[in-house]
Design a protein around this ligand. Structure first.
Ligand SMILES: NC(=O)c1ccc[n+]([C@@H]2O[C@H](COP(=O)([O-])OP(=O)(O)OC[C@H]3O[C@@H](n4cnc5c(N)ncnc54)[C@H](OP(=O)(O)O)[C@@H]3O)[C@@H](O)[C@H]2O)c1
Length: 304
């Protein structure tokens, strides 16, 4: 019999990929605040409501739980700190308490935004120094999870690239593609470096970590090298044959956008030593994320 896995935030971008991959080894129970229409077997749960969390645990009786549910939009967290606190911190506490009470093993997804990005090459034991409220809530949730569930896995993610299986959620690639399709300019910082990972590779890594009973504590997940957000957007435009002029360099922070780190590179040595899934370079990450993505505009036929 397969172990039972409850995924909180399964309707989101990362959750949709993780739910599909996890079905190979787990009996998966998908949960979100708004259950997608025509989705029998889903659980409706609001992680800010302890009774709702407890009811989901009672229904799924999970051996393992993945907590993805969060406000993951950095600027929204900055604008709506009370909501971000309620979902990202209080919600995480409710879930960690339920795991501690029932003995379910928790995998919590965190972010490179727990670091201020002033130096890059961050290791798992570096002290968090969040540059924005989103990173602050995630760093606080990490501490709560580690305290209440000492066996928990905490996986800090760099930017995740891909398109959502369910069609919704916080996918950077989908936002870029939507703008390219609409002919909109995409203003992209030349000075913000990340080591993104494609959603498929991330799902394979989460599967390995979840299946490894000895793995615990913090892991960093990202590519083996880094790329600026400007070069990333440009590479996406080139790959899909969109006009390169739509990718506009942003060379300094702009008002209204929450502060971000300049170099958030997450060192993945611990992950590479624990998992067999090879850590890809950015080039490969992009290829995997973009395979199957339709061009936003019809390519001009050079013969005409
Ligand atoms: N995407 C990235 O590049 C990235 C990078 C670093 C870290 N992460 C982390 O990875 C996790 C998943 O991110 P994502 O991009 O997949 O986010 P997403 O697409 O915005 O999905 C968020 C999920 O959380 C659910 N949710 C939100 N509030 C909830 C609540 N109160 N109760 C229950 N469910 C709730 C949403 O369901 P409803 O729509 O029904 O509310 C949705 O299923 C997050 O923890 C994020 O911090 C993501």
């Amino acid at each position: 019999m397969k172990p039972r896995l409850l995924i909180l935030g399964a309707s989101g971008f990362v959750g949709s990929h993780w739910a599909r991959a996890a079905a190979a080894q787990f009996e998966v129970f998908q949960a979100a605040r708004h259950v997608p229409g025509d989705s029998p077997g889903w659980l409706a749960v609001d992680i800010t409501d302890r009774a709702s969390v407890d009811a989901a645990f009672e229904a799924a009786r999970p051996d393992q739980v993945t907590l993805l549910a969060a406000i993951s939009d950095i600027d929204r967290c900055q604008r709506e700190p009370e909501l971000a606190e309620r979902i990202n911190v209080d919600g995480a506490r409710n879930v960690a308490k339920a795991c501690a009470r029932t003995g379910a093993r928790l995998l919590y997804t965190s972010t490179d935004a727990v670091f201020d990005g002033t130096r890059g090459y961050y290791r798992e034991d570096d002290t968090p120094t969040p540059p924005n409220f989103y990173g602050e809530t995630k760093a606080r949730a990490e501490r709560i999870v580690a305290e209440l569930c000492p066996d928990a896995l905490i996986v800090r993610l760099s930017l995740v690239l891909g398109t959502s299986v369910t069609g919704g959620g916080n996918s950077y690639l989908e936002k870029v593609m939507g703008n390219l399709r609409a002919g909109n300019e995409i203003i992209s910082p030349t000075y913000e470096y990340r080591n993104p990972l494609d959603a498929g590779t991330l799902a394979a890594i989460l599967l390995e970590l979840s299946s490894n009973r000895d793995a615990r504590g913090i892991f960093h997940a990202g590519a083996s090298d880094k790329i600026s957000r400007f070069d990333l957007a440009l590479a996406i435009a080139r790959h899909v044959g969109a006009e390169e002029r739509l990718i506009v360099p942003q060379t300094a922070p702009v008002p209204g956008r929450a502060p971000r780190g300049r170099d958030d590179f997450l060192a993945t040595d611990r992950l590479a030593a624990t998992c067999r899934t090879p850590i890809p370079a950015c080039r490969e990450v992009l290829q995997r994320a973009l395979s199957g993505v339709d061009p936003p505009v019809a390519r001009t036929d050079p013969a005409r």
